[in-house]
Design a protein around this ligand. Structure first.
Ligand code: PLP
Length: 462
């Protein structure tokens, strides 16, 4: 057994321990030693500033004293107690806090261990509810292409990502897709409003084509994540989508795994479009801000009670409503409330946007800046006027991540759909970010972009 592993190059002690996560031959990554606020230090003592909160997760920065204390206190009381036997106070406290912040229509919360689990749970709650209402024919969930809802099988069936579907598609029941309303690079003969209108009309056309009595839900990210680079549609898109869902009795689900917990300047991004409130929403990332794995489903009381009255939600996880995780989540949300971090995301987001616009003027490859609050992205192009995408072999965003790392700047990206729709980097610092930290991030980013531009020119790419 050991011999067989060694002969296939299976990592040995001291070998490439990240082998599951990186391409063969990729350089070893720095080893994290400690972190405080937006700063991280590796084992060689190098300092980095985090421009993206990891994968848009560490919303209140690292090393928060109140959260660390809540973690220790709860751990000393009880870390785990089965939901089948006990209720727990931290779960009740977190549910009260999060439903209070989420506002009307979300009186109930169910806690899981991350975003993909939240997607699974919300799809099953929607289905469970349809069945108890006597609408068992409803089972199709329409989503957007591109779009991202996680990597578990149910989540992949609604994720619009041709790369993962090419590999895992045969194992899934792939659900119907409609185009995401991109705003920067549009199909010929469309303006932004017209294309958003077309994409909303595609939802109605797809519901009719699939059979409205079979369509359970439409799931979308109200402000996009990595799949679309912080895409925000025109206001009319949201209300039209809401009206279409109402017309056919289709549940509207907002995936706020990235956009929720205050990041866009409102607790739920849904608040930006009050006439398009979703029926269900999911959160993760910012809820526990990287201090523990955590996700949440927000639902109306009437829906949860209908399911409870019919025998209870046919779903669960060992770690659902875990006392230790809930205590950490509650401490994070108390920090968000007490330090006014939701409003801060709006003001600091406005300052970040202004600073990004300044460096855009001096950069040939920074094509677009978009997003809401502190959920921002910058799109990288070969030619700004024509919005030309850089050739695939440049692997632009991955090279920019490397160049950033050399300058002590942590950037986050992935080439969605192999760059088919363009490529972008998320600029999503913690909600605690100061003006001086924004200046530092933007300064290092300008330097990183300039270094890459020089490389592209030297290689005759631009
Ligand atoms: N939904 C969205 C919008 C996301 O951005 C992500 C993760 O990036 C997920 C779902 C999946 O979350 P997780 O990685 O916690 O499973």
């Amino acid at each position: 057994m050991h011999g067989a592993r060694a002969s296939t190059g299976f990592p040995q002690r001291g070998g490439p321990v990240q082998a599951f996560y990186s391409k063969a031959g990729a350089p070893r990554r720095p080893v994290i030693a400690r972190a405080e606020g937006l700063y991280m230090w590796d084992s060689e003592g190098r300092q980095y500033i985090d421009a993206s909160s990891g994968p848009v997760a560490t919303n209140i920065g690292h090393g928060n004293r109140r959260v660390l204390q809540a973690m220790t206190e709860q751990a000393q009381k009880v870390c785990f107690a089965s939901r089948a036997v006990f209720e727990n106070e931290p779960n009740i406290e977190l549910a009260d806090l999060i439903t209070g912040l989420a506002g009307s229509g979300f009186e109930r919360a169910f806690f899981v261990s991350g975003g993909s689990e939240a997607t699974e749970a919300v799809l099953k709650l929607a289905r469970n509810y349809a069945v108890v209402r006597g609408e068992a024919s409803r089972h199709k969930v329409i989503s957007r292409d591109p779009g991202f809802h996680g990597t578990s099988f149910g989540a992949m069936s609604v994720t619009g990502d041709p790369v993962s579907l090419a590999c895992y598609g045969p194992m899934l029941q792939i659900m119907p897709k409609v185009p995401a309303p991109f705003s920067y690079r549009l199909p010929p003969n469309f303006d932004v409003a017209g294309y958003a209108e077309f994409c909303a009309a595609e939802l109605e056309r797809t519901i009719l084509a699939e059979g409205p009595e079979q369509v359970l839900a439409f799931i979308m990210e109200p402000v996009g994540g990595l799949a679309t680079g912080a895409l925000v549609a025109p206001d009319s898109y949201y209300s039209t989508v809401r009206q279409i869902c109402d017309r056919y009795g289709v549940l509207l689900i907002y995936d706020e795994v990235m956009s929720g917990a205050g990041r866009t300047g409102t607790f739920l991004a849904a608040e930006h479009w009050p006439d398009a409130r979703p029926d269900l929403a999911i959160l993760a990332k910012g809820v526990a801000a990287g201090y523990t794995p955590m996700g949440a489903v927000l639902a109306p009381a009437a829906m949860v009670e209908a399911v409870a009255n019919a025998g209870g939600f046919l779903h669960g996880h060992t770690y659902a409503a875990n006392p230790l995780s809930c205590a950490i989540g509650a401490a994070v949300l108390r920090e968000v409330i007490d330090h006014g971090l939701v409003a801060r995301a709006a003001t600091q987001g406005a300052y970040l946007r202004r600073r990004l616009e300044e460096i855009q003027r001096g950069s040939a490859i920074l094509g677009d800046i978009r997003g809401k609050g502190l959920l921002m992205a910058i799109e990288i192009v070969a030619v700004r006027d024509s919005k030309t995408i850089l050739p695939a072999e440049c692997q632009a965003v991955y090279r920019l991540i490397e160049l950033g790392l050399e300058r002590g700047l942590l950037l986050y990206s992935r080439r969605t759909a192999n760059g088919l729709y363009g490529e972008w980097l998320m600029i999503t610092p913690a909600l605690t970010v100061t003006d001086a930290e924004i200046d530092e991030i933007v300064g290092k980013l300008a330097d990183t972009l300039a270094a890459y531009e020089r490389e592209l020119r030297a290689a005759g790419r631009i």
